[in-house]
Design a protein. Sequence first.
Length: 213
Amino acid sequence: MYESLDPQASIPGAFNVSSPIDTSNYSTSIVLYDSLEIDHNIIVYFRKSTEAAVGNSWKWYAVVGADESSSGIAEIQVQGTLVFTNFGSLNTESAMTYNLASGGFDFSGGAAAGQQISFDFGMSIHEGGSGLEGTTQRASSEWDTSNVTISENLDPTASIVCFNNFYIRHCLFDIRYSLLCFSSLFISIHMPIQAGQTQGAAPTFARQISIQE
């Protein structure tokens, strides 16, 4: 599931399946298939739950509508929590919690009860990924980096400062994703002081890094 959640969203009240729009910040519809290969449209609601300097948390709720649920009423059949870093990357995701006694999805139409279906929000940092390949929390949704390359061969030990009014930490990884905010970045690169050099003797030079289509 590839979504971009707004970090500036306010925290609504507790999620209520009877008024999901008023008690969530964002929603998306997906199609799931039951044991009889019947398709069912469900809606996943995202609700910002905590806000902190270290990163925000969002809860998500997969709601099966009354016409799709074996009970005949709209209900949350599975839910979970996504935790993001303060750079908007997906840090961790909780285990999925199935709310029904069957321990899975219960669809209408005579399908098997308790069907467990995995939700993929992308590989989190905790799982060894970048946290930017699936659901993220950024003000901009334009974070597809498939066409971004760094055209300069930069020393990874260099200290990098950006001059486009956009803060970048001292690593090339952040430059790669920051390129998506601008057509190019003008940076100054401060090489580390080598053994025998005096303070201020390390070379400084400028480079422009651009998106290569």
